[in-house]
Design a protein around this ligand. Structure first.
Ligand code: ADP
Ligand code: MG
Length: 435
């Protein structure tokens, strides 16, 4: 259940390789699709969406890289298994329907069963059921040319389902339909995912459809450029963190748990990145709308997963809602990204540098951030307290006390509000270290 149902690794597809009309369609694409997910592949015309879909279905052979479907490498399976996969493993729906004009609606729907050697009665039972389900049973005896576009697409969806495949590929399935028929077909596909638990991979260039998916894979110029999650259906161990028991936690994580009271063991085990995104967002932002925060948080999560870079995230934050962005403005996006990169850079330094260097870098960052006026000695004292925290000799509360205590009592003599802010910032930086 937790293994991907489809895994694309370093896929490269070049058409007419070595010839004058060579087209590089996909460059190093890696994608994992999990069972029961509804994934949309989104991007402008010509970016390689159909090529990726055909590669996943085994219709297009890779130039380099590999595609695995239900655990089988498509470059290595026998012809017979490939046929089996196309007949019963996957169903396909296309923009152009591809119905056979000389066959009735019911015969079209049952066609994939003909090659399975089932009797006519068996075939038709299942076909009629599907026609009923999609409200086109009255059209059973008609020919495709007598149907509307929306009805034809429902016939082609019924045909894709007749052998009960686990995976449905849909390439721009509503590209030729008016908006009402399009919504109708999109709702049918959503229902197949939610009710029938089919894995759906749908290709579109229409941003209005993105809300239907659990996950959106953005493509541009033959590459995956971004990923966005509406509903997390990837299994928790896709994040590759083992189960944890409290006793086995490092001292550092135990101390962090004291600060982040809502940081659970489950989160340490599997949801650390989403949790981190959430903490960092609420740490930095206050006066934005819920929606602006939510959209931005999903980007931040992808940034922390290393699925997108800082530049892409900045653009997405600035972009309008209508264009799929978070609808911030440039100034806010810039100051936010500066803050996020400062924090993530510092937390990276924690894993790469020793505690003396890290505590000095952190002291400088905090002085800059909170505009503190400190001389060399005061800075040294601050760094020494930070070092204690980084070595997990003290927890957040003890750090705050030391920062707040008067110099006479061997403290840093900071204002209590500043002491609180600094200790909070330090915990966030330490938390970011965990992936
Ligand atoms: P999309 O579905 O995103 O519009 P495609 O995967 O159809 O993109 O195409 C990606 C690129 O590969 C385009 O430049 C297209 O012209 C080219 N291409 C697609 N199929 C072929 C083919 N059979 N032969 C040569 N070039 C192709
Ligand atoms: Mg296409």
């Amino acid at each position: 259940m937790n293994d991907p149902i489809i895994q694309v690794e370093h896929l490269k597809v070049i058409y007419n390789k070595g010839k004058q009309n060579e087209v590089r369609s996909l460059f190093d694409v890696s994608v994992k699709i999990y069972p029961k997910e509804y994934v949309i592949i989104y991007g402008p015309s010509g970016c390689g969406k159909s090529t990726l879909l055909y590669s996943m279905s085994g219709l297009q052979a890779p130039t380099e890289g590999q595609v695995t479907v239900e655990g089988r490498n498509l470059s290595q399976i026998s012809k017979k298994d490939m046929v089996e996969l196309h007949q019963v493993g996957i169903g396909m729906v296309f923009q152009a329907f591809y119905l056979i004009a000389s066959l009735s609606v019911l015969e079209n729907v049952c066609l994939p069963k003909v090659f399975r050697g089932e009797s006519k009665k068996e075939r038709q039972e299942e076909g009629v059921k599907l026609l009923h389900r999609f409200s086109i049973v009255e059209q059973a005896k008609k020919f495709p040319s007598e149907l509307s576009g929306g009805q034809r697409q429902r016939v082609s969806i019924a045909r894709s389902l007749v052998n009960n495949p686990q995976i449905i590929f849909a390439d721009e399935p509503v590209g030729n339909l008016d908006s009402e028929s399009a919504e109708n077909v999109m709702r049918i596909l959503k229902e197949l995912n939610e009710v029938d638990k089919k894995t759906i991979i749908l290709v579109t260039h229409n941003p209005d459809h993105l809300h239907y998916a659990d996950r959106i894979i953005y493509m541009k110029d033959g590459r995956v450029v971004k990923e966005e999650v509406n509903t997390e259906k990837r299994p928790v161990d896709a994040l590759k963190v083992p189960d944890v028991k409290y006793e086995e936690l490092s001292n550092e994580l135990k101390l962090l748990m004291r600060t982040f009271k809502n940081l659970s063991l489950a989160q340490i085990g599997s949801l650390m990145v989403p949790f981190k995104a959430n903490q960092l967002m609420s740490h930095i932002l206050s006066e934005l709308s819920r929606e602006q925060v939510q959209v931005a948080e999903s980007y931040l999560k992808e940034f922390l997963f290393n699925n997108i870079d800082a530049e892409t995230m900045f653009k997405d934050l600035d972009m309008k809602y209508e264009d799929g962005g978070a609808d911030w403005n440039k100034r806010r996006a810039a100051s936010f990204m500066e803050r996020v990169t400062a924090i993530t850079d510092l937390s990276r330094a924690l894993t790469e540098k020793n505690e003396t260097e890290s505590s000095e870098a952190m002291a400088k960052y905090l002085i800059h951030l909170f505009k503190l006026k400190m001389d060399q000695d005061e800075m040294r004292v601050l760094a020494s307290f930070l070092r204690l925290r980084l070595r997990n000799k003290i927890d957040r509360e003890e750090l705050e006390k030391k920062l707040d205590a008067p110099k006479k009592a061997e403290g840093a003599g900071l204002h209590s509000v500043t002491a609180e802010k600094i200790s909070r910032e330090v915990e966030i930086i330490m938390l970011m270290k965990y992936s």
